[in-house]
Design a protein around this ligand. Structure first.
Ligand code: G6P
Length: 476
């Protein structure tokens, strides 16, 4: 057997940044998916002999490592049973609802936990096998929280970073997790643990104090080494962002602008296009948004023909019961609202259960007067940042939930509490009627903010902190 090639920077994430496509001749090809993370990491990966370890998204398929756009991809296999227990089960029916404030009820099953442990070990082994001596390994997200510790045990020479893309809940909620101690210990294997918000880092530090009794106050956690000394772990906020320039360049393209005009014309050129763009997920507050919009139509504050709501709800986790149920509820509500309010020529809601390529998303952002981000809880919400990045003319209004991480930065949005339906309705009306001057003042400030922290800045800041942290611990 040939020795595996070794890499100085290894990214570990549940998914590889590729989509499986079937070519005309029936063969399987892997096309790069347009995610922000891969765009951010591409230059760093190219400069540093980088590899990405992850799952291809289909059962029992683990092709040999391959290159896509200059990045080495190292697939980790998952069986159909592991997809059910580790991915749909523990990741998305235990951790996801628990970490999002128990908006849906989390299920706790010991077999799911066992599969989570097994799969985390497989990811850790794959990374340990291909990491060069003293390499940097960057682990991503809640599906892989045990990997940092597993990696440290196998390879104490590595510098290990972890970034948590979703919220970390307050201790009173986190404490429900039967394996709360193991998960915290898993994360503490990292040198740097990044969170979206300052509050998430605070919640994590508190969980460490409560469960393990370590001195923990963000940004520093002291993990005793058993010999009377300690190892320092940095736990702090690194708010993630988007490829701002990439979005701006698309928004400048004449054909994308033309597509935006077509979209508006196709909607009957209304005065106000409201837009929602979400994965179809119960954390996104889509029901609250529909309720507010429906009431504004019922009351006659908004009228079909003058106003329309475009709701893109991209399919997600479709085999998890809570998601099936949500889809049924949303589609029932949309059907009712359209049945009640639509006319032969105008819909109240254009509902699209599809994912779209980035060009089409940008055209939608350009076509929308008001962007509605009404998440009940969200780690960051990149849609809010994408909308802002695309508004080159500094017009348009962002209505943003204060429960999305993005609200910490985007303070010039119209901030709302999505549970307060009256408040949400008021904000929607204010947005629809906002004078152009106020739109400009707000949008300018928002755009400045998004420019100051784009995704390249985010990844550089994280990796610099990691480099610094590992130097400090090796100097001790
Ligand atoms: C969130 C998570 C990601 C996840 C994405 C899509 O943004 O933070 O880790 O990849 O949702 O979900 P999926 O289950 O399809 O990977």
């Amino acid at each position: 057997m040939t020795e595996p090639q070794l890499y100085d920077l290894v990214v570990v994430a549940n998914r590889l940044p590729v989509d499986r496509q079937t070519a005309a001749d029936g063969s399987i090809v892997w096309a790069r998916s347009p995610g922000g993370l891969v765009t951010a990491l591409e230059p760093v990966m190219a400069a540093a002999e980088g590899a990405w370890v992850g799952w291809v998204g289909a059962p029992d398929t683990a092709p040999e490592p391959f290159d896509v756009d200059g990045i080495r991809l190292v697939p980790v296999p998952l069986s159909a049973a592991e997809i059910e227990l580790y991915y749909e089960g523990f990741s998305n029916d235990t951790l996801w609802p628990l970490y999002h404030d128990v908006i849906a009820e989390p299920s706790f099953h010991r077999e799911w936990w066992d599969a989570y442990t097994t799969v985390n070990q497989r990811f850790a082994d794959a990374a340990a096998r291909i990491a060069a001596p003293s390499a940097t390994v960057w682990v991503h997200d809640y599906q892989l929280q045990l990997v940092p510790r597993m990696l440290r045990e196998a390879r104490p020479d590595l510098t290990i970073g972890y970034f948590h893309h979703i919220p970390f809940p307050p201790y009173g909620i986190y404490a429900q997790l039967p394996w709360r101690r193991q998960v915290v210990e898993g994360l503490l294997g990292a040198d740097v643990i990044g969170f979206q918000r300052v509050a998430d880092a605070g919640n994590f530090s508190r969980a460490v104090r409560r469960l393990l009794g370590f001195a923990a106050k963000s940004p520093e956690i002291r993990v005793p080494d058993g010999a009377g000394s300690h190892r320092s772990v940095v736990a702090k906020a690194f708010p993630i962002s988007i490829d701002v320039e990439g979005y701006e360049q698309l928004a400048e393209r004449p054909e994308v602008q033309e597509r935006a005009r077509q979209i508006r014309a196709g909607l009957g050129d209304p005065d106000t296009v409201f837009l929602g763009v979400d994965r179809l997920d119960y954390t996104k507050g889509i029901r609250h948004r529909l309720k507010a919009f429906g009431e504004l139509l019922d009351e006659g504050t908004l009228r079909v023909g003058d106003a329309v709501l475009v709701q893109v709800a991209s399919p997600s986790r479709e085999r998890v019961a809570a998601y099936m149920q949500l889809r049924d509820e949303i589609e029932l509500t949309v059907g009712r609202l359209n049945g009640t309010h639509a006319t032969i020529s105008h819909s109240a809601i254009a509902y699209l259960h599809h994912g779209y390529p980035r060009e089409e998303m940008v055209a939608l952002y350009l076509a929308a007067d008001v962007m509605l981000v009404t998440a009940l809880r969200d780690g960051m919400n990149l849609v809010a940042k994408e909308y802002v990045a695309c508004r080159l003319r500094n017009d348009g209004v962002l209505v943003l939930s204060e429960f999305a991480g993005a609200a910490d930065e985007l303070k010039n949005a119209l901030l709302i509490n999505p549970h307060d339906i009256e408040g949400l309705k008021e904000a929607m009306v204010t947005a629809a009627r906002m004078p152009r001057r106020e739109q400009t003042t707000r949008m300018r400030a928002l755009r400045r903010r998004v420019h100051d922290n784009d995704v390249a800045h985010w990844s550089t800041t994280f990796l610099d902190t990691l480099r610094h942290a590992s130097h400090q611990s090796s100097a001790r």
